[in-house]
Design a protein around this ligand. Structure first.
Ligand code: GDP
Length: 304
């Protein structure tokens, strides 16, 4: 496999994958011209895109307010600004010092099975390596041997060390600890921890994630706790997301499978519901199909 690509060279490809096929419907709401907007059609399209009721209402109000102020301008531009406004201006970068500054800073990745967690961890490792960080991967999902195997494959692709348990059902905290030790020995900047997602209830989740976070934090507090969500499940994933967010102190979201979704507006619903920024989006199954979330590019994709 080729070395990880420079993130800036991905922009064009990412733009192509962020097209949700809503542009025609959104444009047709403005086809009567000027301030004569098909408000019902616009509302239906935004709700259909999974923005959620509250954000949809806010976007409609913002467009109405702009139309009231400046009738001659292009209403579609107002829609664009309203959508950007619904996302808000928040810091979406990872809370990391530049490469070479710190050693073994943990980033813990959580989420239920099947959402794309391990894949996202692998892709994130490649992004970090491309940015000059030394990375150790911790396969702290010790219940599924397949998960550790999968992570090892990703480790090879990113050219980084993977620490795993030597037995199924081993202690995830021990894996996280060992990964921290390996990072200290090798001077790696970041320990990226993949956690188990087969947790059925809040108590299990608390116990297990709490333990990993305690072990990890004994060295250093995690720079980030990233929650992976599956964009194709739309708002249904939000209830689960709330539980993780309460238990693990989530600092950011990786929204996987946004490529396969016609409901991209869920980005806006997630941010508002959880109050944490979407930091990365998954746009396919390939090694370089993870991108830092760019609101402008995303809104262009909604309108495309
Ligand atoms: P985990 O159980 O949460 O660790 O999920 P996996 O990482 O094993 O991913 C589950 C499936 O989703 C796999 O088939 C992945 O290839 C696929 N997947 C993960 N991320 C993306 C993405 O961004 N886009 C698409 N289309 N598929 C993805």
């Amino acid at each position: 496999m080729k070395p990880p690509k420079d993130p800036s060279s991905r922009a064009g490809r990412i733009r192509g994958k962020l097209a949700f096929g809503l542009g025609d419907r959104l444009r047709s709401a403005f086809s009567r011209g000027g301030a004569d907007v098909d408000w019902d059609g616009l509302e239906e399209t935004l709700i259909g895109a999974d923005l959620g009721v509250a954000a949809t209402q806010e976007v409609l109000d913002a467009v109405r307010a702009s139309l009231g102020k400046a009738k001659e301008a292009d209403p579609q531009e107002f829609l664009k600004s309203a959508l950007l406004g619904a996302l808000g201006q928040v810091d979406r970068s990872l809370a990391l010092e530049p490469p070479g500054t710190a050693v073994g800073v943990p980033i813990v990745v959580v989420g239920v099975n099947g959402v794309g967690k391990t894949t996202s961890v692998g892709k994130l490792a490649r992004l970090l390596v491309a940015d000059g960080y030394g990375v150790v991967l911790a396969a702290a999902d010790t219940f599924r041997a397949a998960a550790a195997d999968q992570l090892e494959t990703w480790g090879t692709r990113a050219g980084v060390t993977v620490v795993r348990s030597d037995r199924a059902g081993g202690d995830p905290g021990a894996v996280a600890f060992e990964a921290g030790e390996r990072a200290r020995e090798s001077g790696a900047d970041v320990v990226l921890v993949d956690t188990a997602g087969r947790l059925h209830n809040k108590k299990d989740l608390m116990d297990e994630l709490g333990k990993i976070l305690r072990v990890v934090s004994r060295g250093r507090a995690p720079a980030e706790v990233l929650l992976v969500l599956d964009a194709t499940t739309g708002q249904n994933g939000l209830a689960q997301a709330r539980v993780f967010s309460e238990v693990a102190g989530v600092t950011g979201v990786i929204l996987a499978k946004l490529d396969g979704s016609a409901r991209g507006g869920v980005v806006i619903a997630i941010e508002r519901e959880l109050g944490v920024p979407v930091k990365f989006v998954g746009l396919g199954e390939r090694a370089d199909d993870l991108a830092p979330f760019d609101p402008e590019m995303f809104v262009d994709g909604l309108l495309a």
